[in-house]
Write a protein that binds this ligand. Structure first.
Ligand code: ADP
Ligand code: MG
Length: 206
């Protein structure tokens, strides 16, 4: 696959938003088990806002796409997780200054910067039962893959395995940490969202 353009990134965000919206009720149910039940509604609403804002931009650059998504998540979601998901795109956007075409190595660096930002902001490590349990292995798998389509596929598989692994964890961050043992048996909603976003990224673009 060729390097990604701004249009490819806009399509990517659109596919992610569509996939998360389709699973909104499932994500709300996961959050009802371990948190306050709003995760599906808030993340799908914020991603829909991102798609709408991107659609209103005239000739956006790759950085504009990532920054607009960051702002929609930071402003349109609220709560602790809006800051966490928004920071992922905000830190990635900083890597896109004056970049027109994005290679696999560029995208790997952008994802790694996003992950580092998420961890600096939220202090979650792998094993704490958060979105980091899906994001960290996805970012590593993406960087290790040989080419673009296989990188998205490998990242999607790693994110799905990571999200599934949260099912048996005690939570050490977010609202779920107040549940103690009762969080065991339920996958983390944020990790499940990350898995859906990477699954959408791995789909061929229309
Ligand atoms: P809220 O907890 O504010 O209601 P959401 O329900 O939208 O927010 O999102 C909850 C998700 O946020 C969790 O499932 C978890 O994946 C993620 N999360 C919460 N705290 C942290 C943190 N400190 N670091 C990383 N992710 C976190
Ligand atoms: Mg919640």
């Amino acid at each position: 696959m060729h390097d990604l353009t701004a249009k490819d990134l806009a399509d990517l965000i659109k596919r992610m938003a569509g996939r998360v919206l389709a699973e909104r009720e499932m994500l709300n149910r996961l959050d009802a088990a371990t948190g306050d039940g709003d995760h599906g509604s808030s993340i799908s609403g914020a991603l829909a806002l991102a798609v709408q804002k991107i659609g209103a931009l005239a000739e956006p650059s790759p950085q504009d796409i990532w920054l607009t998504t960051a702002k929609a998540l930071l402003n349109g979601m609220g709560g602790a997780s809006g800051a966490i998901f928004g920071t992922f795109f905000l830190k990635g956007a900083a890597k896109l200054k004056d970049v027109e075409r994005i290679s696999q190595a560029d995208m790997a660096a952008l994802l790694a910067a996003g992950l580092a930002g998420v961890q600096a902001r939220g202090r979650a490590q792998v094993g704490d039962k958060t979105m980091v349990d899906a994001l960290a292995p996805a970012v590593a798998a993406f960087a290790a893959a040989a080419d673009f389509p296989s990188a998205w596929r490998a990242a999607a598989d790693a994110a799905a395995t990571g999200a599934e692994s949260t099912r048996d964890m005690l939570a050490r961050q977010g609202r779920a940490k107040y549940l103690g043992e009762r969080a065991i048996g339920h996958a983390d909603p944020g990790a499940t969202t990350i898995a859906l976003m990477f699954a959408a990224a791995a789909e061929p673009s229309p």
